[in-house]
Ligand binder design. Structure first.
Ligand code: ZN
Length: 219
């Protein structure tokens, strides 16, 4: 029976550690530095990893393969990272960037919300997932450039007009690609005067596509 229930490593499929990632694969994970690596709309953006290797697998397992326990490991990574940056966790509030209900029903759960719930459970940071809502279904963004993404995302989120907080807002997402989504969402907070906000993403793509066209000019 033990054999049947032993969890396999999502990366190498071994069941030595009986965990989502075995010890060896866990060692390959490299955290990004503990400072704001990007700035969007004047807000600091912290990313824990590059979107590659085992982290890419972890995110995809949770997103596409119904491997919900991956949310727990993702939250542990985020929590460990939060401890290394200057932030008052007792005075913070997590707001996840949710998917549209259409995706939610297809998947049965929201992958970023699952991570946020786990983060709330292990860190005790307040969680609010009712105030920022995705109100318009948007096409998958991976084939679009930054400009197209910006148009795609416009009007797709709503910040509840009754939302109030004195706390530091932690806007949470799983992947930062071009920043078009976070750019739009932070603008909603900005126009309401929420200045105490940071973005936290589990991962970011290595070549952020918004900078690609700049690079192309040199080659
Ligand atoms: Zn492994």
């Amino acid at each position: 029976m033990d054999l049947i229930y032993k969890r396999k490593c999502i990366n190498c499929s071994c069941s030595k550690t009986n965990d989502i990632l075995c010890k060896n694969c866990l060692k390959t994970v490299q955290k990004l530095p503990s400072f704001a690596q990007d700035v969007i709309n004047g807000y600091s953006v912290y990313s824990v990893f590059y979107y590659e290797g085992v982290i890419k697998k972890l995110i995809r397992e949770l997103k596409f393969k119904h491997n919900k326990p991956c949310a727990n490991l993702a939250a542990k990574f985020l929590y460990d990272y939060l401890k290394t940056i200057e932030i008052d966790m007792d005075n913070s509030i997590i707001i996840p960037v949710l998917t549209h209900r259409k995706n939610y029903f297809k998947r049965g759960y929201d992958n970023v919300l699952e991570i946020a719930k786990e983060l709330n459970r292990i860190s005790d940071i307040e969680l609010n997932y009712n105030s920022l809502l995705k109100i318009k279904y948007t096409k998958p963004q991976y084939k679009l450039n930054y400009k197209q993404r910006q148009n795609n995302i416009k009007g797709s989120f709503l910040l509840d007009k009754n939302f109030k907080t004195e706390k530091q807002i932690i806007l949470l997402d799983d992947i930062l690609t071009t920043g078009a989504t976070l750019n739009y969402i932070t603008s909603l907070f900005k126009e309401r005067g929420f200045n105490n906000l940071i973005c936290l993403t589990l991962s970011k793509t290595k070549k952020q596509k918004s900078f690609k066209h700049v690079l192309n000019m040199f080659f």
